[in-house]
Ligand binder design. Structure first.
Ligand code: SF4
Ligand code: SF4
Length: 289
């Protein structure tokens, strides 16, 4: 049976991707996904060779036909997202970064000068890495449907796992508690929460625990930079324990973590004898047993 683990953190910058990559260096017969499709960065440590590139359909965006537009301004007045601008020449154009694709302007335009196009500004990839296959993606700026893209990435990983007999899929999850996170949790068996010892890290942890407590899966927790703020780390331990989340270890602050990332290596490659690696190896043993 193929097992699936999603690594989550509730917010960015907790060391989640570094920890996911280091787990990958211990895993055998694993396949990986980067579900943080809005700001993917696992590839920085995995240095993938891209084997396949696929376009992913995003949401719709409005466009104005300048030859048909008479410059009445009805569309600009109607757009709640302030996505329609008058140009220096007095005509109108759409700011695609702000357009939400609601199509209201298209319905109101008296000249039928507005039409919608589906964005193809997103891609997903299948790659080879030194740790196993990686399925990852890149979303264009201002694009939507990141939850659907996460689902696409995960479906492809499952397909590869089934056809090539990989026994675990490790998902580097997105930050926050929105749609992409929910998409990264469907059908998984285990969650690893990466908590950072800071006030904001603590509050984000509370939010993500509230979300994942609805899932009937094994949940583990690891605390990064635990020695930076002992008081907050104690509160994190307490909240993890009170939610029956198994604590796999506490990682001390160490600039080697950043140095490894700068060199494009996992911490287990960069500093194999470090205390961090000991904690992550223990985490992997607990999760994979
Ligand atoms: S509503 Fe139509 S015609 Fe009027 S400014 Fe907008 S695009 Fe041009
Ligand atoms: S589709 Fe909606 S959001 Fe986009 S420009 Fe038209 S009214 Fe504004």
């Amino acid at each position: 049976m193929i097992r699936e683990l999603t690594v989550l953190s509730g917010k960015g910058g907790t060391g989640k991707t570094s920890i996911t990559a280091a787990l990958g260096s211990f895993a055998k017969n694993a396949i990986f996904t980067d579900c943080d499709v809005d700001a993917a960065d696992l590839h920085l440590l995995f240095n993938p060779d891209i084997l396949e590139t696929h376009a992913f359909e995003g949401g719709t965006k409005a466009e104005i036909d300048p030859d048909a537009c008479i410059g009445c301004g009805i569309c600009q007045d109607a757009c709640r997202f302030d996505a329609i601008k008058r140009t220096d020449h007095g005509w109108f154009e759409i700011d695609s970064l702000h357009c939400e694709g609601c199509r209201l302007c298209e319905r109101l335009c008296p000249e039928s000068a507005i039409f919608s196009i589906r964005s193809m500004n997103n891609q997903w990839f299948v790659s080879d890495t030194r740790f196993g296959p990686l399925v990852h993606a890149r979303m264009g700026p201002g694009e939507e449907n990141s939850g659907k893209l996460v689902t696409t990435v995960r479906e492809k990983a499952r397909e590869i796992a089934r056809s090539k007999n990989y026994n675990i899929i490790i998902n580097d999850g997105p930050p926050g508690i929105g749609c992409p996170v929910i998409a990264s949790l469907a059908g998984i068996h285990k969650i690893l929460l990466v908590a950072e010892s800071s006030e904001s890290g603590y509050h984000d942890l509370l939010r993500i625990i509230e979300l994942i407590s609805k899932y009937d899966v094994d949940i583990f927790g690891i605390i990064n930079k635990f020695d930076v703020n002992a008081g907050i780390s104690e509160r994190i331990v307490s909240i993890l324990q009170s939610n029956n989340i198994k604590i796999t270890g506490k990682i001390p602050f160490d600039k080697k973590f950043v140095e490894a990332m700068v060199q494009g290596k996992t911490i287990s490659e960069y500093a194999p004898g470090s205390a961090i690696v000991k904690v992550i190896r223990n985490t992997w043993e607990m999760i994979s047993s």
